[in-house]
Design a protein around this ligand. Structure first.
Ligand code: NAD
Length: 244
């Protein structure tokens, strides 16, 4: 059975991707910061109900050593490493004039450096086995910018550049590397936005509704499937037509 690791997957978009890939038949490695995050959600039970194997791995993905330990543990416990979904991410919003250095650095480390850590480690395994799929979670903020998110949009724009670079580096070894760029998706991350911010966003969306985590999971499912075997280095926007 092929094995998929999804970072930051105790809840939100990561949990929806994990469940969808379980339904597709992958054994699932869930990751988040600590065990209590899995206890607060029922994602492990939901995945096990599909009949595949599921293990949880606690690690801060901004820390290379913790990522290395996790990747080794996934291989040992689940017997392989075929799909990596870099989903873990945070926001620390504020206008640039008022943003602290700490606020900037932590978002870059969690959102962007984590993708380097995990792609480097997974890439090594995938190059050797001559197969693998990597999907990175970018954002429309990385494509178009968003006031109040200079840190977040920098990290997400970087992920797009990294996706294309690593797709070029690993393509000849049969490793596909793509990104998805969600718009406004209903999760604990966006629950933090004010009513005013949400309404402003809604005006700009052609489909006049927010997206669901399952609508991101469906596209990730396609990108890691054989149907997408000749798709690499691409960024698929999933935003209900936020921009055209
Ligand atoms: P969320 O906050 O609901 O979930 C993110 C998960 O990542 C949490 O479980 C969190 O604990 C985990 N995480 C945070 N830091 C971590 C770390 N250092 N190590 C391991 N895990 C960590 O967010 P979400 O809305 O589900 O977002 C998932 C991804 O999708 C993020 O990369 C986000 O930037 C991206 N995204 C979300 C939206 C949206 O509208 N919700 C839009 C565009 C992009």
């Amino acid at each position: 059975m092929a094995v998929a690791l999804i970072t930051g997957s105790s809840r939100g978009i990561g949990a929806a991707i994990a469940l969808r890939l379980a339904q597709d038949g992958f054994d699932i490695a869930l990751n988040d910061l600590n065990e209590s995050m899995f206890e607060d959600n029922d994602i492990v039970d939901k995945i096990k109900e599909t009949g595949v194997k599921c293990e949880t791995f606690c690690a801060d993905v901004s820390d290379y050593a913790q990522c290395e330990e996790m990747v080794n543990a996934v291989k040992e416990k689940l017997g392989g490493f075929d799909v990596l979904v870099n989903n873990a991410g945070i926001t620390k919003d504020g206008l640039m004039a008022r943003m602290s250095e700490e606020q900037y650095d932590v978002v870059i480390n969690v959102n962007q450096k984590s993708v380097f850590n995990m792609m480097k480690l997974a890439g090594k395994i995938m190059m050797k086995q001559r197969s693998g799929k990597i999907v990175n979670l970018a954002s429309v903020a990385g494509l178009y910018g968003n006031p109040g998110q200079v840190n977040y949009s920098a990290s997400k724009a970087a992920i797009i550049g990294m996706t294309k670079t690593v797709a070029k580096e690993l393509g000849s070894r049969n490793v596909n590397v793509n990104a998805v760029a969600p718009g406004f998706i209903k999760t604990p991350m966006t629950d933090k936005l004010t009513e005013e911010q949400r309404n402003a966003m809604l005006q700009m969306i052609a489909m006049k509704r927010y997206g669901l985590p399952e609508e991101i999971a469906g596209v990730v499912s396609f990108l890691v499937s054989d149907d997408a075997s000749y798709v690499t280095g691409q960024v698929i926007e999933i935003s209900g037509g936020l921009s055209m």
